[in-house]
Design a protein around this ligand. Sequence first.
Ligand code: PLP
Length: 475
Amino acid sequence: MPNAETAQTAALTKTLERALVHAKAFFEGLGERRVGSDLTADALRRTLGKPLAERGVDPGQVIDELVRDADAGLHASVGGRFYAWVLGGSLPAALAADWLVSVWDQNAGMFAVSPSSAIVEEVAGGWLKDVLRLPEHASFAFVTGCQAAHTVGLAAARWRVLNRHNWDVEKDGLFGAPSIRIFTSSECHTTVTRAARLLGMGSGCVEFIPADDQGRLPPEALREALKTHAGPKIVVLLAGDLNLGVFDDFERLVPIAREAGAWVHVDGAFGLWANASGRRRHLLKGVEACDSWATDGHKWLNVPYDSGIAFVADSEAHQAAMTSRASYMMDEGVAREQVDFNPEFSRRARGFPIYAALRELGREGLEAMIDRTSDHCAAIAAGIGALDGAEQLSVPEINQALVRFLDPKPGATEADHARHTDAVIARINADGEAFFGGVDWRGKRAMRISVSCWRTDEADVALTIEAAREALAAV
Ligand SMILES: Cc1ncc(COP(=O)(O)O)c(C=O)c1O
């Protein structure tokens, strides 16, 4: 090897070895470190906010100092006791594959640009449709997250529903086009609206139909709402809402949407994964009859960020909405070209970590992870709910639940309970054994319990309930 190349390789491997030392220390210290960072933005600005020097710094030193300065501002969300939001952690093979994605630094735009990246997506896409029980013929896109997957699914929907009205949105845009309405439940995640905004349909096109007392979209209300719009229609159904993990009734809703000529898109950011579990699959009955589905790899599948997946049954609409070509691209036509399905041109090879996670788990391991995390969520909700001064607000069917804490003073109002709930959450988080977030839910303030990390175990469940007991006693 020429000298310069030897030196370059030595610099790369030496720096990666530093990163590995820090990674090991991070994982080995995970059990002891506080779960949520309590560092202020100003404290982090003081450590990370250095002036950019004229002269560069040794790469190993950059990494050492980056870790030193950033460490206390990291949440231990890859550990077993982080329950705020739906974050998930990283399975070993998924994490290692993600490192290699950076080492290989492929541009996964097309087969010609990175052959293995293209084929790994072909294979992983097939596996995903299999474990998620989606139609074999559906096309797919590996994107940055569920919001991006919504954008892809709704772009395909926009193309198809306008095509049925003889309008070519890809050529003529939306000025003068028949107006599209999106119908969904009041529980719909905010990212659906943002996808509609990004696609030029505007937040005003989204009509929220009040959910029933189970948090589901009422079929008759959908039928009536669809009658109010003669133009192109899209229905967005939920496979697992953020608070209770509630599923819309696909079997009843999809035929209603079909009758009205609507495209049906599914927000299954995490809930779609329940289809990999024999015990939980009944919650998704009929979901395979929809037109497009959005989910995340970085939540319940436990691959590192950024990882979302869109599936589209109508591959023609999917490609029409996404494809892009230039004469220099070397389209060989021998493989699935990612550029036909993804919104990006150059892109990270996101298939590898998903491929690695699915191989590490196998069907059984995936099912076990979905069931285990859901069972732990139920145990935490029941355990905390049984504490004096706590109230369990939901019995989870998947990995999301709510509890709250009641102000013990006589005549306490909802506002008092809300303050008390926030105070207990803050105390648990400050104590550092576990980390939760709060939410406004049906006129109540509640604590969300989201168990999405593969690492959560029985010991974490017990420690978490004890942390809540201590916080309750202290507040
Ligand atoms: C139900 C639901 N849909 C969509 C999203 C958006 O996912 P992402 O942050 O991966 O874009 C989330 C994120 O929390 C979610 O919980």
